[in-house]
Design a protein around this ligand. Structure first.
Ligand SMILES: NC(=O)c1ccc[n+]([C@@H]2O[C@H](COP(=O)([O-])OP(=O)(O)OC[C@H]3O[C@@H](n4cnc5c(N)ncnc54)[C@H](OP(=O)(O)O)[C@@H]3O)[C@@H](O)[C@H]2O)c1
Length: 287
């Protein structure tokens, strides 16, 4: 697979990563632990996936915090671990299944220690603040991640669900290597300024819901006629075209599609072989 550099770290990862959330957050729909571990091993071994996104909060409720991280730890034996960069997050909690933010320094310190234990490692490759906490100044939350980095518990720091002004504030605390925000061809939020900023400042932009999220992805073509006929022209799935659109949209982009099915992930990695023309980008609404 072709590679992109994570921020300005010099660390190369393949153009298509994997988002592991759906292996954990829905008790009814998630695969068994055995199936999830086997799935993760196959996408690493057979598809070359070497960037996996997770979070301590990818679970059904607080009692099973770290569920997704523990699956990844089980799947990645030391040989695989050497080649795979694991990006986790802290700063969200799941009391009774709700999503709440907690960016207090004491929470982030405890969450980082818990993630180290769940992932079974001594240092987290990429630790992202899951979302800004409106009750805690961003410099306090990101400043805590900077302290954890100085302590050797975190290699690289990223942020998620950040606006441009917040990102600029975060950058005063430490080197920010990635920004993870919601973005896709069928959900083209006003990210132009952020994308341009990431490109200019060597920050990787990780789009979440890169193929529309679980609400729209299963029937993706129904949400865009252009996606459907461009996919037919390339003999590809609309999902792969949606990912190819992201890759062409910006050199800073690192998509992390989420799926529980090996065949779907095999389709998704085909995105790197789809060269969309400028006319096709225009038709899909990109620059
Ligand atoms: N930072 C944040 O706040 C935040 C928020 C949400 C997500 N995330 C991260 O971003 C990752 C990606 O987001 P996401 O998983 O919500 O959205 P997504 O990747 O846009 O869509 C996931 C959905 O797409 C389906 N899918 C995937 N590939 C497919 C294919 N080839 N054909 C048909 N259906 C396909 C999956 O169903 P199947 O399982 O049936 O394939 C799943 O329902 C997450 O896993 C998580 O790591 C971060």
């Amino acid at each position: 697979m072709r590679t992109r550099i994570l921020g300005t770290t010099g660390v190369a990862v393949n153009e298509i990563g994997y988002g592991a959330m759906h292996l954990s957050i829905d008790r009814e729909k998630r695969p068994t632990e055995t199936d999830s571990v086997a799935f993760l091993q196959r996408i690493v071994d057979e598809l070359g996936i070497n960037f996996i996104d997770t979070a301590d909060a990818y679970c059904t409720e607080s009692g099973e915090t770290g569920h997704n991280e523990r699956l990844i730890a089980k799947a990645l034996n030391p040989a695989r671990r050497q080649h795979v960069l694991v990006a986790t997050k802290g700063g969200c909690v799941r009391p009774e299944g709700r999503w709440e933010r907690d960016g207090r320094p004491e929470h982030l310190r405890a969450a980082c220690d818990a993630s180290l234990k769940a992932l079974g490692c001594e240092r987290i490759d990429l630790y992202q603040l899951h979302a800004p906490d409106p009750l805690v100044p961003v410099e306090e939350s990101v400043g805590t991640l900077a302290d954890l980095q100085r302590d050797g518990k975190i290699r690289f720091v990223g942020v998620s669900n950040f606006s441009l002004p917040l990102l600029e504030q975060a950058m005063k605390e430490t080197q920010i290597v990635s920004l993870q925000n919601q973005f896709s061809v069928i959900n083209q939020r006003e990210e132009d300024a952020l994308l341009a900023f990431c490109e200019a400042n060597g920050i990787t932009y990780i789009p979440w819901n890169p193929i529309g999220g679980r609400g729209k992805a299963p029937e993706l073509a129904a949400h865009s006629a252009a996606l459907e006929h461009i996919a037919a022209r390339h003999g590809a799935s609309p999902h792969a075209v949606a990912l190819a659109w992201l890759l062409k949209r910006s050199p800073a982009m690192l998509p992390i599609p989420g799926t529980r099915h090996f065949d779907h992930m095999a389709q998704n990695v085909q995105a790197e072989h789809i060269g969309l023309s400028d006319d096709e980008m225009k038709e899909l609404g990109g620059n």
